[in-house]
Ligand binder design. Structure first.
Ligand code: LMR
Length: 401
């Protein structure tokens, strides 16, 4: 019965982990998936998360179903983390928010909601490049996926002129997906001044901004600074949609903790939107898992744990920055690897968009057992004092051919 089913390609990011696991060489390095690793290359359980989990367990919580839109305390606190305590729509009770199966689930709920209820357009403009999963995710939601320029290959920086021109040329009312901070895969974010200009264009062209915030805290080490773009847009009177993930900033990857929210005109509109979010979610997965949301909420609702968590996020961000410095020094100064490697230091967040091409990344996997996505993105968090020299030498060899 399945004889017509064609074999599909492995996932561009998670498929790399499968190839890495199958490799038996002791020198192997996985820089594919964006998952934080500590200085010993091991998954990191944040001490604040460990404490939060103990608090949750000590309360002997039951295993009942959550409401369709999740744990109310968690969604309230997640929205506060993103929009800030001074947010007008939050104060007015005008933010519809639901728990989600991490960031991917939030984006998918958002895609489905917009495809069904956004009256002005089915076009969603994604930055080029963007997180690989955005494309099938929004297509499967029923939206037309289009793109706007984002990355300038020549400068290895933001193509701000191209970005502005493409958003200005977008059809009125189109949806525009914006990475709130720590752009994946490039590690290049607009400056606050550039965000202000983007906000003006979005307003003028009546575009609808949909923020993907998967790395709050990872760009600058501060969750407040990293929320700048979202808060600025809301202050400027935009209605926004927002996807949040707690996978990276709390290290809750497998717990699948996230939130999707939309700002609305008033509490009555919010209630109607809430009802439609439930109608989308119920036939998909009924209601979300409870454990991770309890852990995240224990942190967000306890001032001491919250402070500890923020310093641990900063610790992760700082270790990544120190790896950027080391890698730059090895390639540029010690090995004199052909090319200019300053972007490794200037890019931010979890990733570096190295500029390595697909044949070089293939050679790195096959000859050096070093795995990364084919577009040359590396997860900086996979580097540490024990493997960075070997990595730099392998890159040097691959570049020299
Ligand atoms: C990544 O880009 O590596 C992460 O967002 C993990 C994923 O699911 O792709």
């Amino acid at each position: 019965v399945w004889s017509n089913v064609q074999a599909g390609p492995p996932d561009a990011i998670l498929g790399i982990t499968e190839a890495f696991k199958a490799d038996k060489d002791p020198r192997k390095i996985n820089l594919g998936v964006g998952a934080y690793r500590d200085e010993n290359g091991k998954p990191y359980i944040l001490p604040s998360v460990q404490k939060a989990e103990e608090i949750v367990l000590a309360s002997v919580p039951n295993k009942e179903y959550l409401p369709i839109t999740g744990l109310p305390e968690f969604t309230r606190n997640a929205a506060l983390l993103a929009y800030g305590t001074e947010s007008t729509p939050l104060k007015e009770g005008a933010v519809a928010v639901t728990q989600s199966i991490s960031g991917t689930g939030a984006l998918r709920i958002g895609g489905e909601f917009l495809a069904r209820h956004y009256p002005k357009s089915k076009d969603i403009f994604l930055p080029a490049p963007t997180w690989g999963n955005h494309i099938p995710l929004f297509r499967d939601s029923g939206l037309n996926v289009r793109s706007y320029r984002y990355f300038n290959k020549e400068t290895v920086g933001l193509d701000f002129a191209g970005l502005k021109a493409d958003l200005e040329a977008a059809p009125e009312g189109a949806i525009v997906l914006l990475h709130a901070c720590a752009h994946n895969p490039t590690g290049i974010d607009p400056t606050p001044e550039q965000w202000a200009q983007i906000s003006d264009i979005v307003k003028e062209k009546k575009l609808f901004p949909f923020f993907d915030m998967a790395y709050q805290g990872f760009a600058s080490g501060s969750t407040t600074k990293d929320a700048f773009a979202v808060r600025h847009f809301v202050e400027q009177g935009h209605q926004v949609a927002l996807s949040q993930s707690f996978a990276k900033n709390m290290g809750l990857y497998g717990e699948r903790v996230g939130a999707f929210s939309v700002t609305t005109a008033d509490a009555a509109e919010k209630a109607r939107v809430d009802s439609q979010l439930k109608i989308i979610i119920r036939p998909m997965y009924s209601n979300p898992p409870v454990n991770g949301a309890r852990i995240a909420n224990a942190i967000l609702s306890n001032a001491d744990l919250y402070t500890q968590w923020e310093s641990e996020v900063k610790g992760m961000a700082d270790r990544i920055i120190s790896m950027r410095e080391k890698l730059y020094n090895s390639l540029q100064k010690e090995l004199n690897t052909p090319g200019e490697w300053g972007h490794i230091k200037s890019q931010i967040g979890m990733f570096s968009f190295t500029g390595l091409n697909p044949s070089q990344t293939k050679a790195l996997a096959e000859k050096a057992h070093v795995y990364m996505t084919h577009d040359g993105r590396i997860s900086m968090a996979g580097l540490n004092g024990g493997n960075i020299e070997y990595f730099a030498q392998s890159v040097d060899k691959a570049v020299r051919g």
